[in-house]
Design a protein around this ligand. Structure first.
Ligand SMILES: Nc1ncnc2c1ncn2[C@@H]1O[C@H](COP(=O)(O)OP(=O)(O)OP(=O)(O)O)[C@@H](O)[C@H]1O
Ligand SMILES: [Mg+2]
Length: 357
């Protein structure tokens, strides 16, 4: 089922929390709403579920406008950020609840509960009550309760937030596989960019109630539309340097760095921000017109990589990611070189990418 949001606005009293949200989620895709805390993700998801009034705009499932449709008539399944299990019911009964109230035959409920319990590795917990489970186990039961149904649309609000790091990684894969089996459109909410990148077909990056960019994980990573998206997506975060563009070069301190073609064109001495990911920088043996010289102020071992912090002139810093085998020391003078094809250039005033045209 395709989900279309047209000029969605939401105000709580005088506070506007969503502004002109226009998004189309194609049928059967895994789509993620990604953004920092308070940007409006849960509010938008609750509006799709029918749990929150729409101040202005239209929500359609397929061709049908659902603005006034009650939640139970939307054929959606939901997992919330703060989930509630029925404390007096066993895990088995909690999982089967949604099917029981719909009058599903007993054998079918048992079959569905068993399948989901195996996927989520909670089959040994079926006879326990929620109070006898750990936080992560409870969260998996909450997920399972939504998974036993066959909804058109599956809504999930940070369903992995209470799990430990290892289980979170396993569950990412499970949810993705589950989505492929289910044939439903999944709308997933998270503030974790890695989760969004690994699971989604499409990501809507949100900030302060406004959609900043809507695209595939590869697009938001390699062609960020603005400074916000560039800084939010990717780990370790992108480096930003303020400077000006002159004659196709980016001027920072006394360096003149080559730039890629900028289809939008630039004014003379155009104030711009250069963005470059730590993975896209290398150390050069000798200084040149297209390198920046600085001093190593911190070395962090990340495992197979090292993250090196370099102090540049004018209080600016950059992080450079190198192979862990490379020997570097605090206080070393280094020359940092850019690949012009792998830099991002943003207009200082609007924050918009100048590479996008
Ligand atoms: N019922 C409400 N009344 C007033 N303001 C609200 C209400 N619900 C949410 N808000 C505000 O709306 C904004 C968006 O909240 P929302 O819960 O959608 O954010 P979120 O992106 O889900 O954040 P998080 O990642 O922390 O869950 C916040 O500023 C929040 O304080
Ligand atoms: Mg939320």
């Amino acid at each position: 089922m395709q989900v279309s949001l047209t000029r969605i606005n939401k105000r709580f009293g005088s506070v506007q929390v969503l502004k002109d949200v226009d998004l189309v989620f194609p049928s059967r895709k895994f789509v993620t709403l990604l953004g920092p805390s308070g940007c409006g993700k849960t509010t938008l998801l609750r509006m799709i579920a029918g749990l929150e009034d729409i101040t202005a705009g239209s929500i359609r499932f397929g061709e049908r406008e659902v603005n006034k449709l009650a939640p139970r008539d939307r054929n959606i399944a939901m997992v919330f950020q703060s989930y509630a299990l029925y404390p007096q019911m066993s895990v088995r009964r909690n999982l089967g609840y949604g099917l029981r109230v719909r009058g599903t035959p007993k054998a079918d409920i048992e079959e569905a509960v068993g399948r989901v319990a195996r996927i989520l590795e909670i089959d040994h917990l079926l006879d326990r009550k929620p109070a006898q489970l750990s936080g992560g186990q409870r969260q998996r039961v909450a997920l399972g309760r939504a998974m036993v149904r066959k909804p058109d649309i599956f809504l999930m609000d940070e369903p992995l937030s209470n799990l430990d790091a290892k289980l979170r990684v396993t569950m990412r894969g499970e949810l993705r596989r589950f989505h492929l089996d289910l044939d439903a459109t999944t709308i997933y909410v998270t503030h974790d960019q890695l989760e969004a990148m690994t699971m989604s077909d499409l990501i809507a990056v949100m900030h302060q109630g406004v959609v900043q960019q809507f695209g595939t994980p590869a697009e938001v990573y390699s062609q960020p539309a603005n400074v916000f998206v560039a800084g939010f997506i990717g780990s370790p975060p992108m480096n930003f340097l303020p400077g000006t563009i002159d004659a196709g070069r980016f001027t920072f301190a006394d360096a003149k760095l080559p730039l890629p073609a900028l289809p939008g064109g630039v004014k003379p001495a155009h104030a711009a921000i250069l963005g470059v990911r730590p993975q896209d920088l290398i150390f050069e043996g000798t200084p040149a017109a297209d390198t920046l010289t600085g001093t190593i102020s911190l070395v962090e071992l990340l495992g197979s990589e090292k993250l090196v912090e370099v102090n540049l002139s004018g209080q600016k810093r950059m992080s450079v990611q190198i192979h862990a085998d490379m020997v570097v020391n605090m206080g070393d003078r280094v020359h940092v070189k850019f690949d012009p094809q792998r830099v991002h250039v943003f207009d200082t005033e609007s924050g918009r990418s100048l590479r996008a045209g």
